[in-house]
Design a protein around this ligand. Structure first.
Ligand code: AR6
Length: 169
């Protein structure tokens, strides 16, 4: 049975097997959580990401965590939200599914997700949260024992708590 935990905090501080970065398709860093992760991991992370030559929206790539307390970073570019009718829900779901797949393949037991696409990329927070929780809950886990949804602000924490309650099995 997969344990799901919601916390408020900075994902770069978490000592877990993998943290999931809300990246962009270049995988070469940016602002928001991506910038924070690259700053905390050090320059080696950028070099490791360069090798991939980018990544499509909804796909995912894995690197070591370098100077981070986390062992791995899973990088996934979320969709830029337009109106929800341009494949955004499916793409966002794919971010979570493909990240879980990489976590499984790399024997991760603990995985922390940032709230992909809910910052600069403008995905409505409640809708994004429903997709995140649904996708993770329905993933056929074998190795992953615990998923942490790491919320940066209090508003996001509240949304996750409410959606979790609403979606309680
Ligand atoms: N720990 C946890 N969550 C954080 C942190 C942190 N240190 N910092 C921000 N967040 P965003 P996106 C939250 O904008 O919308 C970047 O430039 C934040 O409050 O980081 O997927 C990339 O390079 C929000 O809830 O990612 C892309 O170009 C969530 O992380 C673009 O932004 C995601 O916000 C991706 O946009």
């Amino acid at each position: 049975m997969l344990e799901i935990e919601v916390i408020q905090g900075d994902i770069t501080k978490l000592k877990v097997d993998a943290i999931v970065n809300a990246a962009n398709r270049s995988l070469l860093g940016g602002g928001g959580v991506d910038g924070a992760i690259h700053r905390a991991a050090g320059r080696e992370l950028l070099e490791a990401c360069r090798v991939f030559g980018g990544c499509e929206t909804g796909e995912a790539r894995i690197t070591p965590g370098f100077k981070l307390p986390a062992k791995y970073v899973i990088h996934t570019p979320g969709p830029i939200f337009r109106d929800g009718f341009h494949g955004e829900p499916e793409q966002l779901k794919n971010c979570y599914v493909n990240s879980m797949k990489l976590a499984e393949e790399n024997n991760c037991e603990t995985v922390a997700f940032s709230a992909i696409s809910t910052g600069v990329y403008g995905y409505p927070k409640k809708e994004a949260t429903e997709i995140a929780i649904w996708a993770v809950r329905n993933y056929p886990v074998q190795k992953v024992k615990k998923v942490i949804f790491c919320c940066f602000g209090e508003d996001m924490l509240k949304i996750y708590q409410d959606v979790l309650k609403m979606m309680a099995p």
